[in-house]
Design a protein around this ligand. Sequence first.
Ligand code: SF4
Length: 499
Amino acid sequence: MVITHTTSGKRGALTVDSHQQESDPIDGLKPSDHCAVVGYRGGDQAYPVLLVSLKTLQHRGQESAGIATFVNSTINVRKGMGLVSEVFNDKLSDSDSYLSGNVGIGHTRYSTAGTKTMENAGPFLVSNSLGHIAVSHNGEITNADALREEMMRMGLTFLTSSDTEVLLMELARDITTYGIQNGIKIAMDRLKGAYAVTMMINDRLFAIRDPLGIRPLVMGNFGDNFIVASETCALDILGATKIRDVKPGEAVEITERGPETIFVRPAPRTAHCMFEYVYFARPDSVIDNVEVFGSRINLGKELAREHPVEADVVIPVPDSGRAQALGFSMESHIPYSEGLIKNRFSDRTFIMPTQDARKKAIVLKLNTIKSELQGKRVVLVDDSIVRGNTMKHIVALLRNAGAVEVHVRIGSPPIVAPCYFGVDMKTRDQFLASGKDMEEIRKEIGSDSLGYVSIQGLVRSIEKNENSLCLGCLTGNYPAPTPEKAKTPRQKELESFSS
Ligand code: SF4
């Protein structure tokens, strides 16, 4: 079987300067999600719908963006490095013929596997005897290296370091050999890890979700137009009605009649990523039937019950801690206020090689409202701490503004282990909480007290069964095998302890 990559077309070979991953001094030290995926089929042109969807899902990846549509018996791809508005900045009109098809997929990327280069930007496309196959992928294939080696031994060539190319090549060769239904089934048996996928085979649109349902994927419609997206906020912005989530282990074809299940691969449990509810997803999204904003309010309430404190005001770290801070205030009856203001327009691409540079960046990015802090006992709420530097500087900022006490409350349990399922947390050194007790962490960030929500409190807040969530980075106990070579001695220790 000959597979030819045709990842650029007339305008697909767009050259855009490499856009560095955002090193935002406030949010840049938080874990980052892998990608957003979208897919569309309908009577209207795909491009404007996909563009709006990708812009709505920009929070899931800012490194690259791309759109593929079926036009005149081929699939055209346009992609580049940068934000959606930077890649598609020439206001391609509906009448532009290059992306004028009625079926398409789109992608925004934050790399967790593969390098940050144009070659790894999605969607990915191959051509073979079936025609053209394109995929957008959110997640991470944990056995990508083994599958790549196996396929290379069989004579296939790879052009990129991305696990998405491995996923595409696996799907392409299995579908070509065994047909669509059996081919997808066989590919799903072989692909391990996390994948929420939109796929085109010529002008046919498919949605596929891994058996654990680690990353979200939802379908909706407006009239006879059908949309698949990582989050419901993309459906809302289009005025679409949610049909349902793609089920864990399900492969769906979106036909002119709507979603038609090809099959559901049964699994004994699900493992929805708890971080989608804590931090990644937009608060206005509903993921697997749970509203993200409501979960965050619940987390704040849990925090207030688990770690009460006498204080005068509850202040969020903007913007990530806002919903949890509101929940804390509602439960504790301590007034909520804004004491930190973020400059949304400061340089997005700070290069911060040193502690000192990071500190200066935080000063440029955040300012205090002194009247809300002077002489007050402050509860400072955020959704998570990965590395402690940012929190340490924010605590110092509040004290400089006159706060007499600063009590830090975190709306998720401590992160102690890496993620292998599409989140940029790979080395244990990245985690403030790894190997430290609460008092050591409190001292490091310089607060008067510190409280994290418990794992039980987190599970209650998301209102799902513990066995339906992935809690791997909180416990070191993963719902699926992780790549052997990526394991640290501590992880092996944690895994053997918990099994
Ligand atoms: S390990 Fe953590 S971040 Fe990764 S999928 Fe599981 S819960 Fe999400």
